[in-house]
Design a protein around this ligand. Structure first.
Ligand SMILES: [Zn+2]
Ligand SMILES: [Zn+2]
Ligand SMILES: [Zn+2]
Length: 492
C-alpha cells in the first residue's frame, strides 16, 4: 500500500508526472478522488450491481465499474481515526456531532421535546497509578512531600514548570514505582465500571426521589451517549451525556427530577460504584476498579442551540459545545501520532512503532498479561493499553444511530445522482471483487493527499464563514466596521 510522503521523492514524483502529463488520466484521478472523498486508504473494487424493484421485478438501475475512471470503484476506508485518514475521520466526526446534537436538541426523527429533559455532561476520570509529570499552570510539577528519593533511588520531586506541549507530561516521575499492571487492568475493566455506574445512577435517583428502582423505572428512563479519551498517562477517561426521559413518550419527566437531582445522583453513584479487577501476575485479587476523585458534572443548556460555544458559563455547557467536544474526541487515537492505531502481532512489532517508553511499557504489560489464560483478550487490546470498549457508545433511546445517518447520506447521494430517492421496494444485487487497498501508485497517493488537503481547507473556510454569519445574525451591528456606523450617523 503506497504511503504518502510530504515532499514527493523521485519515485513518487515519476508517478505524479505520469498522471499530470495526461489530461484524461488526471481527470480520472479527479473522478476517483471525488468518488471516495479523497480517502487516504480507499478500498479498490471491481464488479457490477443492479437495483431491482421487488414488486415488479423491473431493473431500476444498473452499474458497472467498467464505466468508472480507471475501471475501478474506490470505496472510502471509513475509519474514525484522524491519524489514519483525515477525510473519513472528518465525516465520522460530523456524524458523531449529529448523533449527539439530535439527542440534545432533537432532529433526525428525535422529538425536540428532549431539549426540556434534565441532562448533564459528566467527565469520569481514572484514579492515580503513580505520580506523573503534570502542567500546573506555572507552578512546579511535583514538589515532594515525603522522602526525596524512592526505593529505586529516583528523585520523587520535579520542580520544573512544564508547558502544555511538553512530551514528558503524563510520564511517571519513577517508572518503576508506577503501577503499570493496575493501569492496564483498570482500562480493561472500565466498560464494566461504566455499566455498573449507569445502574448506580438509577439507584441513587430512586433514593433521592423516595422511590425504589422499580418504581423509578416505571416512570423514567436514563439515556446516555459517551466517548472514551486517552489521557497522556495512558488511561481512558469518559465524557458522558446523561439524560432523564419519561418512560412514556407522551408524558413529561416528573417535576421532582431535574438536572440538579441528576447531578447529585451521578456524584454519589461515582463515589460508591466499583467493579472487580481481574487477577493479575501475582495470582491474587487486585481489588476493585473505581473512578478517580476528579469528576466534572455540568448541566447542559440544550435551549442554547445557536449560542456561541465559548459563551457557556463555567457550570453550564451549550449543546453545541458538548456535541463539538464529543466529535473531537471520537476521532482521536490512543497516542497523538497514531502509532498504536493497529493491533500488535508480537512485541517485536512494537519496536518499529517508535512510541514513548511509557506507552511501550503499558503495551508490553498488556501483552504479558494476555499470556494469562483468563486474560487472552488483552493481546487483542494491547495497542489500546488494555481498553477493549467501544470509543463512542450510546444507549438505544438516546438518539439516532451511525447506521441511520449513513443510510440517510447514501439515499441523498442516490437522489443527487439519479434524480429519484431509492425505493423501499427495491433491493441491490451485486458481484464485487476486492483488488487492493490504498491508491494504486505513490504518485496517485501524493496527489490524493493534496486533494484531501484542499478539501479540508475549503471545509474549514466554509465553517468559519458560517460562524461569522451566525455572529452577525445574532447582532448585526457587532460585525460592522466602525466607519460604517459613523457614516450612517452623519447621514441621519
Ligand atoms: Zn478513508
Ligand atoms: Zn515534571
Ligand atoms: Zn521508584
Amino acid at each position: 500500500m503506497p504511503t504518502v510522503t510530504r515532499a514527493p521523492d523521485e519515485k513518487t514524483w515519476h508517478g505524479v508526472l505520469a498522471r499530470a502529463s495526461d489530461p484524461a488520466a488526471l481527470a480520472n484521478l479527479q473522478g476517483q478522488g471525488e468518488q471516495c472523498d479523497w480517502c487516504a486508504h480507499p478500498i479498490r473494487l471491481i464488479g457490477n450491481s443492479v437495483s431491482v424493484d421487488t414488486a415488479t421485478g423491473v431493473v431500476l438501475r444498473s452499474y458497472s465499474t467498467n464505466d468508472e475512471p480507471d475501471g475501478v470503484l474506490l470505496k472510502a476506508c471509513g475509519t474514525r481515526r484522524a491519524t489514519r485518514c483525515p477525510s473519513c475521520a472528518a465525516l465520522y466526526a460530523s456524524d458523531a456531532r449529529m448523533l449527539v446534537r439530535s439527542g440534545l436538541s432533537g432532529g433526525k426523527g428525535v422529538p425536540e421535546s428532549v431539549s426540556t429533559h434534565p441532562m448533564v455532561f459528566a467527565t469520569f476520570t481514572a484514579p492515580s497509578f503513580g505520580a506523573v509529570h503534570s502542567a500546573r499552570g506555572g507552578r512546579a510539577c511535583h514538589a515532594s512531600k515525603g522522602p526525596r528519593t524512592c526505593r529505586h533511588g529516583t528523585s520523587t520531586s520535579c520542580l520544573l514548570r512544564h508547558r502544555d506541549n511538553d512530551p514528558v507530561l503524563g510520564h511517571p516521575i519513577c517508572p518503576d514505582c508506577y503501577d503499570y499492571e493496575q493501569s492496564v487492568l483498570w482500562n480493561a475493566t472500565c466498560p464494566e465500571l461504566w455499566r455498573r455506574t449507569t445502574i448506580y445512577v438509577r439507584r441513587e435517583l430512586a433514593r433521592l426521589c423516595d422511590m425504589n428502582v422499580k418504581e423509578l423505572d416505571q416512570s423514567v428512563r436514563l439515556s446516555f451517549a459517551k466517548v472514551a479519551e486517552f489521557q497522556r498517562r495512558g488511561v481512558v477517561h469518559l465524557h458522558a451525556i446523561l439524560r432523564v426521559d419519561p418512560r412514556d413518550d407522551d408524558s413529561d419527566v416528573p417535576h421532582f427530577i431535574d438536572a440538579q437531582t441528576l447531578t447529585s445522583a451521578i456524584r454519589t453513584a461515582a463515589s460508591k460504584v466499583s467493579a472487580p479487577l481481574p487477577v493479575g501476575f501475582s495470582g491474587t485479587s487486585l481489588g476493585s476498579a473505581r473512578w478517580g476523585r476528579q469528576l466534572d458534572v455540568r448541566v447542559i443548556n440544550a435551549r442554547e442551540v445557536d449560542g456561541d460555544a465559548s459563551s457557556s458559563s463555567e457550570s453550564r455547557r451549550s449543546s453545541r459545545a458538548v456535541a463539538n467536544y464529543v466529535a473531537k474526541y471520537a476521532t482521536k487515537s490512543t497516542d497523538d501520532l497514531g502509532a498504536l492505531d493497529r493491533r500488535l502481532t508480537s512485541l517485536d512489532d512494537l519496536d518499529a512503532r517508535n512510541v514513548s517508553a511509557h506507552l511501550a511499557r503499558l503495551v508490553t504489560t498488556a501483552w504479558r498479561l494476555g499470556a494469562l489464560s483468563h486474560l487472552t483478550r488483552l493481546r487483542t487490546w494491547a495497542h489500546s493499553l488494555g481498553f477493549g470498549g467501544h470509543w463512542l457508545t450510546k444507549s438505544r433511546r438516546y438518539s439516532v444511530t451511525f447506521k441511520f445517518l449513513r443510510a440517510e447520506r447514501q439515499a441523498w447521494q442516490v437522489q443527487r445522482q439519479h434524480g429519484t430517492a431509492p425505493s423501499e421496494q427495491s433491493i441491490n444485487v451485486g458481484v464485487w471483487k476486492w483488488i487492493g487497498t490504498g491508491w494504486r501508485t505513490l504518485g496517485d497517493a501524493w496527489l490524493a493527499s493534496q486533494g484531501q488537503r484542499e478539501k479540508m481547507q475549503s471545509r474549514t473556510e466554509a465553517r468559519e464563514a458560517r460562524c461569522i454569519e451566525r455572529r452577525s445574525s445574532a447582532d448585526p451591528w457587532d460585525e460592522r466596521p466602525r466607519h460604517f456606523l459613523d457614516v450612517e450617523a452623519v447621514e441621519s
